[in-house]
Write a protein that binds this ligand. Sequence first.
Ligand SMILES: [Zn+2]
Length: 274
Amino acid sequence: MPELPEVETIKRELKPNIINKKILACIPLRSDVIAYPKPKTFCRAIIDERVTNVTRKAKYLFLELTNEKKIVFHFRLSGTISLRKLHVKPERFTRVIIKINGYQLFFNEPRVLGRIYLLKGKKRLPFLKGLYNLGLEPIADAFDLPYFRNKIKGRKAKIKALLLDQSICAGVGNIYSDEALFHAGIRPLRRAKRITIRETAKLVRTLKHVIQKGIDNYGTSVSDYHRTDGKDGNFQKFLYVYGKEDEPCKVCGTKIVLTKLGNRSTRYCPKCQK
Ligand SMILES: [Zn+2]
């Protein structure tokens, strides 16, 4: 669930608190969450290293450490991070605790699908294939009409599936794709090749807009996602279709429809979206 705006929020909130600080301890409460290397090796390798930067790529978060090490957080469906003072007890779904000079970083994951990796130097891990195959993020300047048009042109796939394709729209997930399609007036199940240039241009604009607005509002808290201090994000107040099935459309009053795209759910307004 955490998409680009949620992970960007986590990055912005962690960075000022943990940069230049030393990792003091690593406590896996569910060791399978540490996917690489083995939990013991992982913990031993990060202790005593200093955090040199906190960065993000699409939906991945990185703690860059001294000695060319890099912790990768992949949140998957329900992973989040909270940052707490040292005396605070772990939360219900805390799977890994990393103690960083004065703080504890809790990696919380109710569904235990999210994973943590440690990279060293330029070494690539085969199971992080998704990370090496990312397209542009919609907020990048280079994500423009020619880029996007070129990716979707002539494709039989449904437009929503292409918005969820990380090699095309890095960082986009179910929330922001549903919202961008609503504002562009395009139904999620339309085939990409049937979408006009004018509609494509509009979709590029609405994608950039909803993602930027998501960042400005600290992400969307509708289920598991919270900010690193436990507070909710704000973007749920600006949702038009995501999670709004059976509610009247805020624009035209028609009931929002819930449908399926493969195994993903998708919502749209049958009147506002063609
Ligand atoms: Zn409507």
